[in-house]
Design a protein. Structure first.
Length: 490
């Protein structure tokens, strides 16, 4: 602790202070320039109204100590601290120019269904998780993780900032043991607080509370909505305590199931059912991004084939043939069954190739749409760009149908004809194509597919009947498609 009678530092002589970069509950951050170093810095000062508040002063000092103790590139380094001429606490840290994760999530130029957007934001969240994991390894929890407190610089480096509510856990010097965080006192930001935080049970908030906040950010990346979004802070707090979030795939059909499983595990109401710390969440995020199985969801045989095919397409042909052959040794295996297995393996490898091509087409479509929306494109070029965009979208739809054809053919093979898992996969893909056809202004295509699915379901000719939830979802999509058709005719 810095004694109040410590000699003040004339910070203005060492650092030229400029505009306010940001302001929080305890302090404000100013732009600074150190002439001796020829370097721009950030200076955080305690707000005047807290100068005499010993609890706030202690928390501010603890923030400095915590930041200095976490040796990780994702935490801004602290260069010094002291009292200024007005006897206000301050500290000097590295200045970073960039955007918050929140600004990137809410960038209107990219739709939530964009695969490149999702992968890019997940990579940034992974970096943030690893920074928080480094804090957890030191017995430190942040307690106010949110998109506004994750900063990405122009080089793409990710920083977790604003450690003002952070504390040590399980030590005599923790905030909870020193009385700075009182029982019943709510710490954090509505929408990202774990239930135990929202209820004011500060002593119960451990590393799992930070995991919950990271899960809320993940949900926002996947759906463009906070998990308990409401009109008031109070309603959002109560939502985090009493309400389960809507399944991400109900808001965005293009979200893969494994990342949904990661998200919902992190958002579990029960802390013991979440990841134990940010390191566990980071490990699953990395596995998802690298195309490996995640611990939050046990992969079935078809997912194992798909994961293997993505990473090692040629070796997967041999490996999956062996694995599947071992699986069916207990039953009759004839020559025809063996052929079926080989065809299934090859089909899944082909499917992984198509998925890669679809991702490239998605990126091309985004680039063309950005070009079309840009102000620097002359009117004479608009028709050409629209034509290219139409061709790209058409290729994407045809690619999806190719994928559907492959999945359907795999479903007809004798080995898996009786499996209840293949046809839901086909159905999921069809729903994805319907949803995207509406978004890409192809409502007639969507309406035709919906009608076919519902008719076959009524006739009982689907291998697996549609669930009531699927029928309801198709009805909602049919209404969207009809509305889109009506608009296109206006």
């Amino acid at each position: 602790m810095i004694p109040k009678d410590n000699p003040p530092v004339d910070i203005h002589r060492e650092v030229h202070l400029g505009r306010i970069l940001g302001e929080g509950g305890m302090g404000c951050v100013l732009d600074g320039f150190a002439p001796d170093l020829g370097q721009h810095l950030a200076v955080k000062r305690l707000l005047p109204e807290w100068m005499e508040d010993q609890e706030i002063r202690s928390r501010f000092e603890e923030e400095i100590a915590i930041m200095a103790s976490i040796d990780h590139p994702g935490v801004l380094p602290v260069y010094g601290m002291g009292l200024d001429a007005e006897r206000r606490l301050f500290y000097v840290m590295k200045k970073v120019e960039g955007k918050t994760l929140g600004q990137l999530i809410w960038d209107p130029r990219e739709p939530v269904t964009s695969v490149p957007r999702r992968k890019r934001l997940l990579g940034m969240l992974l970096d943030a998780c690893e920074t928080v994991a480094a804090a957890h390894d030191k017995g430190i929890i942040h307690r106010d993780i949110k998109p506004a407190n994750i900063l990405i610089d122009q080089a793409g480096s990710v920083y977790v900032i604003d450690w003002g509510l952070a504390k040590h856990i399980g030590t005599a010097g923790s905030s909870s043991s020193s009385g700075r965080t009182l029982p019943g006192k709510i710490m954090g930001t509505p929408g990202y607080m774990a239930p135990e935080q929202a209820e004011g049970r500060s002593a119960a908030a451990g590393t799992e509370a930070d995991v919950f906040a990271l899960g809320a950010i993940l949900y926002e990346i996947l759906t463009d909505k906070r998990p308990f979004e409401a009109d008031t802070d109070r309603a959002e707090l109560l939502g985090s305590i009493h309400r389960d979030p809507e399944h991400p795939r109900r808001l965005n059909l293009l979200v893969p199931r494994d990342i949904c499983a990661i998200c919902l595990k992190a958002l579990n109401k029960n802390p013991t059912e979440r990841y134990a710390n940010a390191g566990g969440l980071a490990a699953d995020l990395r596995a998802h991004l690298e195309g490996r199985p995640v611990s939050a969801k046990r992969p079935n045989i078809f997912e194992k084939i798909r994961f293997a095919s993505r990473r090692h397409p040629m070796r997967a042909l041999v490996a999956t043939s062996t694995a599947v052959a071992l699986l069916v040794l207990g039953s009759f295996i004839g020559f025809q069954r063996w052929i079926d297995l080989q065809l299934a393996d090859k089909a899944m490898v082909r499917l992984s190739v198509i998925d890669s091509e679809l991702t490239e087409l998605e990126q091309e479509a985004i680039a063309l749409q950005d070009e079309l929306d840009g102000s620097g494109v002359p009117e004479t070029e608009h028709e050409r760009i629209r034509h290219e965009l139409d061709v790209t979208n058409a290729r994407w739809v045809l690619g999806q149908f190719d994928a559907l054809r492959i999945l359907s053919s795999v479903g007809e093979l004798r080995f898996i004809r009786t499996s209840s898992e293949v046809h839901p996969i086909v159905r999921e893909r069809m729903l994805t194509v319907i949803h995207t056809a509406i978004e890409r202004k192809r409502p007639a295509l969507a309406e035709g597919m919906i009608a076919t699915l519902l008719e076959r379901n009524e006739e009982g000719t689907l291998a697996n009947p549609l669930s009531p939830e699927d029928v309801k979802l198709l009805g909602s999509l049919a209404k969207q498609a009809a509305d889109a058709s009506a608009k296109s005719r206006e």
